[in-house]
Design a protein around this ligand. Structure first.
Ligand SMILES: Cc1cc2nc3c(=O)[nH]c(=O)nc-3n(C[C@H](O)[C@H](O)[C@H](O)COP(=O)(O)OP(=O)(O)OC[C@H]3O[C@@H](n4cnc5c(N)ncnc54)[C@H](O)[C@@H]3O)c2cc1C
Length: 439
């Protein structure tokens, strides 16, 4: 079993609070910090045995390896970059353009630059298309890019998490990938440091949220928590498939907004390969060969571990079979590097099959981009959805999830300060079971 590198000390939450937060990923941690700073009492209920959600660092032979998020994207927009800087955390700017390997040969900087320019051209075309009134699918707007056309289309599909025909052009340019950072010791370890001292109950899945009364009641196998308001940060894929029951149902148009997204798939094959024949560390290497193109993030944190990126098409082709995906990774690498002495596949992630994530992130198909903002509209001033899917500027990122957690908490703080709100306890509602301290 993979063990997270950091388990921050947490507080035991009370069972009767101002604000309940479901999920201790980036959005949940941000929401809890914001609400506590404003003086609310808070209980965070987390299904897993750890914090961080889709941002987790595991130890592989003593080396920190991120199994989910790894990049802190878009420094200028990303609140986590700003917070990390303010706290003196060991973040470093990612090397700009990575390597380019075509048919087994590492290409010179000039060719890499040409690839980069073609990529910028694609980006520009998408940005222009996004300004048109009609919302088209991404596959219809790419300009001719010569020999780089196919690998660039594949990369765009990879970072989208779905085939390009299923991705809204208007949604895509909102993701700004310039000015990226890494953190020494792993992104998951960083996020865990931000959770130190928060009132989080681990192993505490919420199965049902009743918001029919004046407050909110959250039920799960560990007991019941009552709150004046709740922020739900569980991945939208789980809400859409009904894993968490809301009673009454979410009202329209929020319910329609939840249903309008598609689960994005993006997975990592973690490799240990001290002899990888490419220079440098932290470099995203674009590889083109007989079997198509793929990305390889090399020597993470300067260690002997790398990850190979798997897109929606690869995961679907293998029908989710992890052994088949490991074989697929070896096939791609052998095609590029020939013999693979000393290479071992250490892990293949399965975020889609993970019962507490169900996807890597949520994708807006053509016509649905505006639903991201609708997700943020509160229900009856006591229920908020918050997470990566809400973010127009940084969807699919931990920074976007963090910003949305903060936003929802600020709104909850303001709503609870209004005179119409009351404390659940004052209505005579008592908790039915204590929330125990997390492991
Ligand atoms: C392989 C991969 C690579 C990625 N790479 C990057 C990257 O490089 N940079 C980047 O910024 N982003 C990246 N992302 C996306 C990023 O990880 C997510 O966008 C972000 O972590 C989402 O945060 P969140 O708080 O919205 O959701 P989550 O992190 O999923 O948090 C939700 C929490 O809710 C919990 N939960 C679920 N159901 C329940 C329930 N019923 N009761 C209680 N708790 C529940 C979950 O366990 C989880 O802890 C990547 C994702 C994947 C999968």
């Amino acid at each position: 079993m993979l063990v997270p590198i950091s388990r921050p000390p947490l507080m035991t939450p009370a069972a009767d609070v101002d604000l309940a937060i479901v999920g201790a990923g980036a959005a949940g941690i941000a929401a809890a910090r914001t609400a506590l700073a404003a003086g609310l009492t808070v209980a965070v209920l987390e299904a897993r045995d750890r914090v961080g959600g889709r941002v987790v660092t595991a130890s592989f032979g003593g080396h920190p390896v991120d199994l989910g998020a790894h990049w802190l994207h878009a420094g200028a927009l990303n609140p986590l970059v700003q917070l990390a800087r303010a706290r003196g955390e060991p973040i470093r700017r990612s090397p700009g353009r990575g390597h380019l390997v075509i048919n087994g040969t590492l290409r010179h900087a000039a060719e890499s630059e040409a690839y980069g320019r073609a990529f910028d051209q694609a980006d520009h075309a998408i940005t222009l298309a996004a300004r048109e009134p009609r919302d088209r699918a991404l596959d219809g707007v790419l300009p001719p890019l010569g020999r780089f056309g196919r690998p660039i289309a594949k990369t765009l599909a990879l970072v989208s998490g779905r085939p390009l025909r299923e991705v809204s052009t208007k949604d895509f340019p909102s993701e700004e990938f310039g000015d990226n950072y890494f953190v020494r010791g792993g992104y998951g370890a960083l996020l865990a440091r931000f959770a130190v001292g928060l009132p989080v109950a681990l192993h505490a899945p919420v199965r049902r949220i009743d918001w029919s009364g004046r407050g909110v009641t959250l039920e799960g196998p560990r007991g019941t928590v009552r709150a004046r308001a709740a922020i739900v940060t569980v991945p939208l894929a789980l809400l859409a498939r009904g894993d968490l029951v809301l009673s009454p149902d979410l009202p329209d148009p929020l319910a329609r907004a939840v249903a309008s997204f598609r689960p994005g798939i993006y997975e990592h094959v973690i490799l240990n390969w001290p002899g990888l024949p490419l220079p440098g560390a932290d470099r995203l290497t674009k590889i083109q060969g007989r079997f198509g193109s793929f990305g390889l993030m090399i020597r993470m944190d300067g260690g002997p571990f790398h990850y190979l990126e798997l897109d929606y098409a690869a995961v679907r082709a293998a029908r989710g079979d992890r052994a088949a995906l490991a074989r697929h990774a070896r096939l791609l690498l052998r095609d590029t590097f020939g013999a693979l002495p000393g290479l071992s596949v250490r892990h293949v992630t399965d975020w889609e099959g993970d019962p507490w994530s169900g996807c890597s992130w949520m994708v807006a198909p053509p016509g649905a981009f505006a639903e991201r903002e609708r997700l943020g509209v509160p229900v009856a001033e006591r229920l908020w959805l918050a997470g990566e899917a809400n973010s127009r500027a940084l969807w699919g990122t931990a920074g976007g999830a963090w910003a949305e957690g903060e936003r929802a908490a600020r709104e909850a703080v303001a709503a609870l300060a209004r005179p119409s709100q009351f404390h659940a306890a004052s209505a005579g509602i008592m908790p039915s079971g204590p929330i125990e301290r997390g492991a």
